[in-house]
Design a binder for this molecule. Structure first.
Ligand code: AMP
Ligand code: ZN
Length: 493
């Protein structure tokens, strides 16, 4: 028996606009794809909110004992800047600015992305494919779309024929609720110039100008893939032509996800996704957080306190807690006051969790733990309502304090159930980390390293160079570097 067999999870599907009962295609298995970052610059806090929302969703589905294959890609090619100018490929532009190879730009910001997500305690996806690693698959899909009449070649580029798709009754605009007439009338032709049949047609493959250094050969000449195609290629390859969940930020609904649906239906004859999920935006000062407007903060600036928006530094777990206090489909505006309040709440919760260990079971229960636990599951089953779950966890804090004061009690079995459920929801599902526990672990680690430095000093004093080198090298293998200086030996992690 698996946990999911006792729960009725409902997911808000952006395609139907309704909360629907979640039924995976293959019983007990879930395929989930989330659009990853475009790694041409550091991820900002807004990007992190979206990835964290899907981390919480992934964690809960795993908690329900589904076997999940979670794919989150890395966009490392083909994402043009907003002005649509082909020479303004984000990577090419950034590589010129930083005087780096485009792939150096990709590596630099992929490393930053991973580091930030690890600090926020996000679980890694099962596969993290890159657009540049799937050029062949993208060329294959493009070829198939040309052969079946859904796409056409024009001046070395290939475009998806939106009108043709719609004329075949496939309903372009179904996700974003736009109709084709409106789209044809209102789309400004930014990047196709005179090459497209219709302004609303989108690129599957773009011809590379001589200055465009990120290029691959194709049946249509040297070029690079259109942004929307990579997600179709990678999701199909790893999850199949139809899979359970596709996620991303709200701003990706159109055109990115609309185009993915069109590509999938045209290429494979089936709508690619059963449940489309969209996470809402993080705003600051009431405005959407975005690199292009300058209204953004980097996670590291928030953790270090080196910024002009917040009066102090905040621990990543506090930021995580703050984000999860809002439902993933609601806009969240971060402010200094909001963060301070979240910090207070987070500390109160962690203190109570720490006190759990000291609670003694009584002979019988005066609290209804079964109902409390059901309320926690009900919250998460209702389209991952993390704020309601957190409210239930504060109800648990109240219980813990009452038990501490001896005003309430729990039987041995109920106390065990209570502890297990709190740990599961706080640490496994919400992914919070206990700040005090983390710093206690750091203290312990520091103590152990200093002890080893002492032993190495003793070995050196005894001219036992073999042992001294062994200690230094073994630590280095673990990523701990010793530095010998005038003041003695120091270390860096
Ligand atoms: P990008 O690297 O621009 O492709 O964005 C990565 C992810 O961050 C996408 O899912 C976006 O929808 C999401 N995103 C961008 N800005 C924000 C924001 N202000 N709040 C939440 N998510 C965002
Ligand atoms: Zn995508």
């Amino acid at each position: 028996m698996h946990l999911y067999q006792n729960q009725t999870l409902k997911i808000y599907n952006s395609l139907s606009g309704e909360k629907e009962l979640f039924t995976p295609i293959h019983e007990g298995h879930v395929g989930m794809y989330v659009c990853g970052p475009t790694v041409y610059s550091n991820v900002h806090l807004g990007n992190c909110r979206t990835f964290m929302s899907f981390d919480m969703i992934y964690r809960y589905i795993k908690h329900l004992e589904y076997k999940v294959r979670y794919i989150r890609n890395i966009t490392d090619a083909g994402h043009l800047t907003d002005d649509g100018n082909v020479d303004n490929d984000r990577f090419v532009k950034q590589s010129r600015l930083e005087k780096l190879e485009p792939m150096e730009v990709v590596q630099k910001y992929t490393v930053d992305f991973h580091k930030v997500l690890e600090m926020f305690n996000l679980l890694p996806p099962n596969i993290e494919p890159t657009a540049t690693g799937h050029i062949l698959e993208q060329i294959e899909i493009t070829q198939k779309l040309i052969e079946t009449g859904f796409a056409y070649v024009s001046n070395g580029s290939v475009y998806f024929d939106v009108l043709e798709y719609n004329n075949r009754g496939l309903n372009y605009g179904e996700l974003s609720n736009r109709n084709i007439e409106e789209l044809l009338a209102n789309t400004r032709d930014l990047d196709g110039q005179d090459e497209k049949k219709n302004a609303a047609d989108f690129a599957l493959w773009k011809k590379a100008s001589p200055a465009h250094i990120m290029r691959w050969s194709s049946p249509w000449g040297d070029g690079f893939p259109g942004w929307h195609l990579e997600c179709t290629a990678m999701s199909t390859k790893y999850l199949g032509q139809r899979f359970d969940i596709h996620g991303g930020g709200m701003d990706l609904k159109f055109p990115h996800h609309e185009c993915e649906i069109a590509q999938g239906k045209a290429c494979n004859g089936t709508s690619p996704v059963n449940y489309w999920m969209h996470a809402n935006m993080l705003t600051m000062n009431g405005q959407r957080m975005s690199k292009s407007t300058g209204n953004y903060i980097l996670p590291m600036e928030l953790f270090s306190g080196e910024n002009n928006f917040f009066e102090k530094a905040f621990h990543p777990s506090v930021v995580r807690f703050c984000f999860l206090q809002a439902h993933y489909r609601s806009i969240l505006d971060i402010s200094n006051e909001g963060m301070l309040a979240s910090e207070k709440g987070f500390n109160r919760l962690m203190e109570a969790v720490a006190n759990l260990n000291d609670l003694q079971a009584g002979t019988e229960s005066s609290l209804d733990i079964a109902s409390w636990k059901t309320a926690c599951y009900d919250a998460m089953n209702d389209d991952f309502n993390s704020p309601i779950l957190i409210a239930q966890l504060f109800e648990a804090v109240r219980y813990i304090n009452l038990m501490k004061e001896g005003k309430e009690s729990l039987s041995t079995t109920d106390l065990e159930t209570f502890k297990k459920a709190i740990h599961a929801f706080v640490f496994d599902v919400l992914g919070l980390q206990n700040e005090n526990e983390l710093s206690a672990n750091n203290d312990k680690l520091e103590g152990v390293i200093n002890m080893l430095i002492g032993m190495r000093n003793e070995a050196r004093a005894n001219k036992n160079w073999g042992l001294s080198d062994e200690i230094r090298d073994n630590l280095l293998e673990l990523g701990i570097q010793l530095k010998d200086g005038k003041e003695g030996t120091t270390f860096s992690l």
